[in-house]
Design a protein around this ligand. Structure first.
Ligand code: BGP
Length: 474
């Protein structure tokens, strides 16, 4: 068997990296709006923690991004031209609740998403909606401390209720949080978390994570109550962790590092804190404070499917500090000598995707969805206006072949695949524009210049034929 007939091919974006229009339609200010671009993004954020303001010395990529806010019709038409069956997008929380704690939603914000879903329907594109993709209203951070505070669960569920009700029968696939495990690695960008001097950061992160996990379980409950057709998926930044050598200490370190991420999915898919986490968190005095019903809530409302992003595998040693580190999604790890690397130093490991699919399926036995994968690279527009992004095509081809092998030869259950950033958008880690993932080039540069014109790259035609042939023409 090759790709299933109903396989959902498409692409994925996030509101703060794609929409722009950050002050339009009554939208409020979010954590992402005060994250300037530049390689030291998180350090600059720290200097803003006291004031939470923007200044004229920095560029804030979420403010205009690639202006999907005004280009959505053209962009969705381009997705349709490639034959997308699904479009994964996120809702900007601050368009719906500008401050986050209002009683009533902002109608203008909802109308923007109404219009997007109408375009999707026009082309029979199924929406897959991430409710929170790295955004949190600034007012909730300043007034309540963000996800540190249990009250966030209620504000988040208010948002969910509005969305599930308004989009009943229109949106069926929902992801409560993007890369829920990112809270451990990029707490401010990932979850609007910040720390004061003397804070026990790890304890706070796990407490905030617990609130998100409860919020996710209750969102699953609510989604099913409002429409039994709804399908809820967890979403984590995946990528198997390899031991640097066959030394047992390296193997054990890799197991522990993998568990840092599986921790979240063990809870969302199996419905309980795993024993290894209870032991470890108790030892470190990081076991979150729980209310009486929490364990019952987690048990009762597991997710329907498992989704993840995959960019690269990682490699760790339990014996000594690795000599060479390399970048990658989630965290930097030892340089694997058997792999090649992207322009940003991220390992390229297609077989790692097959390994990940097998690990995740073995562990949870639930349908899976790859909701992000792609190559961030520099693209050059040639004098004749064409863009030959062969490296991207080859990256995607190899990963799709790995996915195909996992289905055909290993029997994993895969619902779909959404390539990251089908239309160029802002990079999450660095805020740069020059790190591009798209099948469609956007004329927008890092200094803010550019006409926002959309240009089809060579990969556009390639991906179109991949979808047309249901993954046969690669
Ligand atoms: C994931 C995020 C995305 C996306 C992607 C690529 O962690 O969910 O938002 O941006 O990584 O990372 P980057 O943009 O840093 O290249």
């Amino acid at each position: 068997m090759s790709f299933p007939k109903q396989f959902l091919w498409g692409g994925a974006t996030a509101a703060n990296q794609f929409e722009g229009g950050y002050q339009e339609g009554g939208r409020g200010l979010a954590n992402v709006d005060i994250c300037p671009s530049g390689s030291d993004r998180s350090a600059i954020i720290c200097s803003h923690l006291k004031t939470f303001t923007c200044d004229e010395h920095h560029h804030y990529p979420s403010h205009d991004s690639v202006d999907f806010y005004h280009h959505y019709k053209e962009d969705i038409a381009l997705m349709a031209e490639m034959g997308f069956k699904v479009y994964r997008m996120s809702i900007a929380w601050t368009r719906i609740f500008p401050n986050g704690d209002e009683e009533e939603p902002n109608e203008e914000g909802l109308q923007f998403y109404d219009a997007i879903f109408r375009e999707c329907q026009k082309y029979h594109i199924e929406p897959l909606v991430t409710i929170v993709h790295f955004d949190c209203p600034m007012h909730l951070i300043q007034t309540y401390g963000g996800w540190k505070n249990r009250k966030m669960i209620d504000f988040y569920l208010r948002l969910c209720k509005v969305l599930f009700t308004r989009y009943k029968g229109i949106v069926k696939y929902w992801l409560p949080f993007n890369e829920i495990n990112m809270i451990l690695h990029a707490p401010f960008l990932g979850a609007g978390l910040y720390f004061e001097d003397g804070d026990d950061e790890e304890r706070i992160k796990y407490q905030a994570a617990h609130h998100e996990l409860i919020a996710s379980a209750l969102a699953t409950k609510l989604a099913h109550e409002i429409d039994p057709e709804n399908q809820i998926g967890c979403m984590f930044a995946a990528g198997s962790v390899y031991p640097y050598s066959c030394h047992p200490q390296d193997v054990f370190e890799a197991l522990k590092k993998d568990r840092e991420s599986y921790f979240f999915i063990d809870i969302q898919a199996r419905g309980a804190y795993p024993s290894y986490a209870i032991k470890e968190l108790t030892r470190k005095h990081c076991m979150p404070h729980m209310e009486d019903d929490d364990n019952a809530i987690l048990k009762k409302y597991p997710v329907d499917f498992i989704s993840f992003s995959y960019y690269n595998s990682r490699c760790v040693s339990g014996q000594k500090e690795p000599e060479k580190l390399t970048e990658g999604n989630l965290f930097a790890s030892a340089k694997n000598p058997y792999l090649t690397y992207s322009d940003w130093g991220w390992p390229i490991d297609p077989l790692g995707l097959r390994i990940t699919l097998n690990h995740v399926y073995d562990r949870y036995q639930k349908p899976m969805f790859i909701v992000e994968n792609g190559l961030g690279a520099i693209d050059t527009v040639k004098a004749d206006g064409t863009i030959e992004d062969d490296a991207r095509i080859s990256y995607l081809r190899e990963h799709i072949l790995a996915m195909k092998a996992a289905i055909e030869e290993d029997g994993v259950e895969l619902m779909g695949y959404t390539a990251w950033g089908p239309i160029d958008l802002v990079s999450a880690s660095s805020g740069e524009m020059k790190k591009r993932y798209g099948f469609v080039y956007v004329d927008k540069q890092d200094d803010g210049s550019g006409s926002m014109q959309r240009i089809r790259k060579k990969s556009f035609y390639w991906y179109k034929s991949v979808i047309e042939s249901n993954g046969e023409c690669l």
